[in-house]
Ligand binder design. Structure first.
Ligand code: GAP
Length: 524
């Protein structure tokens, strides 16, 4: 069993740095200081993300008869999100540090134990200024005492002075008293300052529509609601029967208070969601089935079962309408964190939309004539989190120190071939031998219509292999003199190439005429 508290910040730093240097993921608007919580995928990251989404779509939509796809609008009618409860309730409790004005999630404050210093106000005798206002500071380090608390408190009161030339240290504090506090969450763990009262902060991005800007709309906070409000149209136009699912991949937006851990908690992200509609009798059974299917999916894309922790969310922590929810959590280098939720949502969403829209959204079983609002099982995955888990899992640093002791290290991204951004690199042995270059380009033209390949003729072949290892290319194809049939004694190798395998670094010879089927079989 993995240690829940284990983290590896250094590994995470290296992964973030590799993602930037190799063109997987960049901070959005970095040249302007960065847009917090937003990320841009570079050429390799875009390929990786497309591969994840394509694989998910193929497995969940194209290879199944009971799931249909949709692509809903991002701008969402306010009534949709009012009915779903997002307008009134999609919020986090927030509080502010009274000194630094930093905003914190009230429910995520680390409990503090120490001595709290309380004050009732402050004065500045020389100017006759005074203020009556209660303020407190906690000191958790026994080596720091009242002087530190007083310094912080003076910095708090000095802000209320009109005369900005008066320094904090010239103030006198009034009414100092102390209390011993255990596990209090009333103070900012970083500054020690008292926090203000918690207030609910809605996470949705609101915008205005039309020339006069009179109508408000929201950027959707989840893709799910577009599915619920279109479920009846999809049902009627496709004549599908229960149980059936509607799948969607698309952007979602949340004004997260504290975006962090690279792309893990972003303000703009992509979801891959399925709403699986069923008879009420089947909901719990299907929830178990979906859990297993989703675990198998992660395994197939390179996130092994043993690295995923299934949390059976206990009563009281689930959404009020859910009688079963599993969180699939992955061992990220910054801790074990949620990758996906598989939730049995009952008939909550469709019922709410039926009630608010006053449209009949019941399902009619034509065989039994039974009418009911269908129940829903929802496997809801984050695409960016999945990509991050795939990247973290793929990242390996190998020690290849030779027998003579010469140090050598290989960074290798062990992506599954189906997910790897580049499937094959085509490498002529020498760039100044026109016959080798021509043959290599011939191979490139043969493969390019079927997969993402990369042609590279710069630097020694060993260095080119390493460059491909770092971006996770599973196969390198070298075109050498034997390919040209110019090596004496090995004429039978004419029109064959060397395939070098990324993980084992082993090499094998294969005929160019067999190359395409050989690769297609391995990259699917
Ligand atoms: N329709 C249900 C729903 O949206 P959720 O647990 O809020 O449930 C589902 O989100 C998934 O979306 C999460 O498991 C996570 O993978 C992803 N996700 C949620 N918030 C995210 C954020 N701020 N940044 C990146 N991914 C996020």
């Amino acid at each position: 069993m993995a240690n829940k508290d284990y983290t590896d910040p250094q590994k995470m730093e290296k992964i973030v740095s590799l993602c930037k240097s190799k063109g997987f993921i960049f901070q959005s608007a970095e040249i302007y200081g960065g847009l917090n919580g937003c990320w841009d995928y570079g050429p390799l990251g875009t390929e990786l993300k497309r591969n994840v989404k394509d694989y998910w779509w193929r497995k969940n939509v194209q290879e199944r008869d009971d799931i249909l796809g949709m692509d809903g609008s991002i701008l969402t009618h306010k009534d949709v999100l009012t009915a779903s409860g997002h307008v009134g309730g999609f919020s986090d409790p927030m509080c502010s540090d009274l000194l630094t004005k930093q905003r914190l999630r009230a429910d995520q404050i680390e409990p503090q134990t120490g001595t709290a210093y309380h004050y009732t106000g402050a004065t500045h005798e020389e100017s006759g200024w005074s203020i009556e206002r209660e303020y407190s500071v906690i000191i958790t380090d026994a080596n720091q005492g009242e002087n530190n608390a007083r310094k912080i408190a003076k910095n708090y009161y000095v802000d209320f002075l009109n005369d900005k030339d008066i320094p904090a240290k010239k103030l006198q504090l009034v009414g100092e008293s102390t209390t011993e506090e255990t596990d209090t969450v009333s103070y900012n763990p970083e500054s020690g300052s008292l926090l203000g009262d918690a207030k609910d902060f809605n996470l949705m991005f609101q915008t205005e529509m039309g020339a006069t800007g009179g109508d408000i709309a929201y950027l959707r906070p989840e893709t799910a609601q577009t599915i619920f409000v279109q479920y009846k149209h999809i049902l009627d136009t496709s004549r599908i029967k229960l149980p059936f699912g509607i799948a969607q991949i698309g952007k979602a937006f949340r004004n997260e208070i504290n975006p962090r851990n690279f792309t893990f908690r972003s303000r703009e992200f992509e979801q891959m969601e399925i709403e699986y509609f069923c008879h009420p009798d089947d909901g719990l059974r299907l929830t178990e089935e979906w859990l297993e299917k989703r675990l198998a999916f992660y395994d197939e894309i390179g996130v092994p079962r043993e690295k995923i922790h299934v949390l059976d969310v206990p009563d009281g922590e689930r959404a009020h309408y859910s009688s079963k929810t599993y969180d699939l959590e992955y061992e990220f280098p910054f801790g074990i964190q949620e990758l996906e939720g598989v939730a049995y949502r009952g008939n909550y969403d469709v019922s709410k939309h039926q009630e608010h829209s006053k449209k009949n959204l019941e399902y009619i079983d034509t065989e039994t004539n039974e009418r009911f609002v269908p129940h829903v099982v929802e496997p809801s995955a984050g695409c960016d989190r999945t990509c991050l888990a795939v990247i973290c899992e793929a990242y390996h640093v190998e020690d290849l120190t030779k027998e003579g002791g010469k140090k050598d290290e290989r960074v290798v991204m062990r992506f599954k071939p189906s997910i790897a951004p580049i499937k094959a690199a085509i490498l002529p042995l020498l760039k100044n031998k026109p016959e080798l270059v021509a043959k290599a380009k011939e191979v490139k033209n043969l493969l390019q219509p079927f997969m993402n390949v990369f042609y590279d003729e710069a630097a020694a072949i060993g260095r080119r292999y390493r460059r491909q290892d770092e971006v996770g290319t599973p196969f390198c194809i070298a075109i050498d003199f034997e390919t040209l049939g110019e090596e004496e004694g090995s004429e039978e190798l004419k029109d064959t190439v060397t395939i070098r395998h990324r993980d084992s670094m082993e090499q094998e010879r294969i005929a160019i005429s067999d190359l395409l089927p050989w690769l297609l079989e391995r990259i699917r």
